[in-house]
Design a protein around this ligand. Sequence first.
Ligand SMILES: [Mn+2]
Length: 315
Amino acid sequence: MESLSSLVKNIKDKDFFCILTHNYPDGDAVGSALGLCRALQKIGKRAKVNFGCKIPEKFEFLFSCTTQDDFKPQNYISVDLADTDLLHKSVKDLSKCIDFCIDHHKSNKNYAKKTFVDANSAANCEIIFEMLGELGCGLDRELAECLYVGIATDTGGFMYSNVTARTHRIVSELLKAGIDAGKINEKMFIIEPKKHFELKKIIYNNLKFYFDDKLAITYITLEEMARNGITDNELDGIASIPIKIEGVEMGITVREKPDGTCKVSVRTRSEIDADEFSEIFGGGGHNRAGGFTIAGNASEAVEEIKKTVVNFARW
Ligand SMILES: [Mn+2]
């Protein structure tokens, strides 16, 4: 792995950059990509971002911080991208072309020619901030907005345990650059589209408890999605809902897919290993979060999961 300063030196020697990030871009992906793009443009480089897809509407205001530029890229930089499998399908053919990778995932697959990973960074945007000095790029309000969005969202509004003293030190600099953090936080964490409320109504309504309320399962059917105009990539936040309930040790969400299978997300507390449980169904994950795909419709999936949980958790 490269040091950050040698990676930045290499970048400074080059020009005509295209920045890539993961599919279903979150705040850190968007903030890192557009923030780095602005920084490169500010030091006189030609740079653009190719998300390969539309980004969530709440991040769209960040686009105005970069100048739209059209050119044939000579260098590809990936940000917040642990694995090229996570690229959007429309940019997947660039998998082998990535020259520089800047990431904060421990699981980074080292697919780029030069890579810098700092898994202690709460957000990839912290690393982009650390690059600015070496790049010779000053901080301005627009750039600070990009980085703030990434840091605020990847730390769940500064609530997760990944927040460090350095996180706050960086954010202090971003505030000094004149950002309106309150307004950004409102956009990120408080205001929700009406459709999202409809989605939550379904998820809450379908939620049931089993085994002395230790298991909470909910689901959404294709019919419910179609009726409310909800698309698959709008379902990302729902996996964390059942496990928030006091006393629940395993929270499961099931969403029907058009191919006759269901996508299942598992969240756990206490002794239950979400990764091990998901492996029974051919999936995987971490201690507290896992997922898998299962054949059948939502109610068939729920029944199958309930049967397996009894043996697994020994309740
Ligand atoms: Mn991230």
